[in-house]
Design a protein around this ligand. Structure first.
Ligand SMILES: O=P(O)(O)OC[C@H]1O[C@H](OP(=O)(O)OP(=O)(O)O)[C@H](O)[C@@H]1O
Ligand code: HPA
Length: 179
């Protein structure tokens, strides 16, 4: 593991080591196994960023569950465009299902707001959100459904473990922050 790295010419330093992330994910898994026992939830990952977290989290979830993915795109570089540019792939048939949205990061919360509206329109039995990272200082409006959070982090741009900077760095095992 390197302490300082460059991604697409931008400098980052180590922030959360893979082992720290794994330990936290184990605890979230335990929580989900208890909260969703006998409910067969559908876990919906928000692509692209969430795929690494989703894979590691699923290995800690031992109850019966289904999975799906939705593709959302709003960020370019380190800036939120403030609007959703694409969204497709939300599973249908969510009526009366327990839905758990899986995010890598909740930043402004605009992406989630958009997804939650689409999910709720299908009348699910319940909707909760599980995000590895959460920037409380960047959140534009409260998200009551955000029940499971791996780490609350400062309002700084992060990369690695699925998170990108200009589409690069998703393959880093650890999470780095911009310096
Ligand atoms: O709370 P917000 O400010 O809306 O930001 C969070 C969203 O931004 C990122 O996705 P992005 O749109 O960059 O797509 P990606 O997952 O393909 O990188 C991230 O994966 C979240 O989905
Ligand atoms: O800090 C971030 N890093 C990478 N992608 C993101 N999408 C929202 N916030 C971030």
């Amino acid at each position: 593991m390197m302490n300082k790295i460059q991604v697409d010419g931008k400098s980052f330093e180590i922030f959360l080591e893979n082992e720290t992330i794994s330990k936290r994910i184990r605890l979230i898994g335990i929580q989900l196994n208890v909260d969703y026992e006998n409910r067969c939830p559908i876990l919906i990952g928000v692509l692209n960023g969430s795929f690494v977290f989703m894979a590691d989290l699923l290995k800690e979830v031992h109850i019966a569950c289904e999975i799906g993915f939705i593709r959302i795109k709003s960020y370019e570089g380190t800036e939120s465009s403030g609007s959703i540019k694409e969204a497709f792939g939300l599973p249908d048939g969510l009526e009366n299902r327990d839905v758990l949205i899986i995010e890598d990061i909740v930043d402004t919360g605009l992406t989630l707001e958009y997804i939650l509206e689409k999910v709720k329109a299908q009348n699910p039995a319940s909707v909760q959100v599980c995000s590895l990272l959460f920037k409380p200082m960047a959140l534009k409006s409260p998200i009551p459904e955000l029940t499971y959070v791996g780490f609350e982090i400062p309002n700084e741009f992060v990369v690695g473990y699925g998170l990108d900077y200009n589409d690069l760095g998703r393959n880093l095992k650890d999470i780095y922050r911009a310096v």
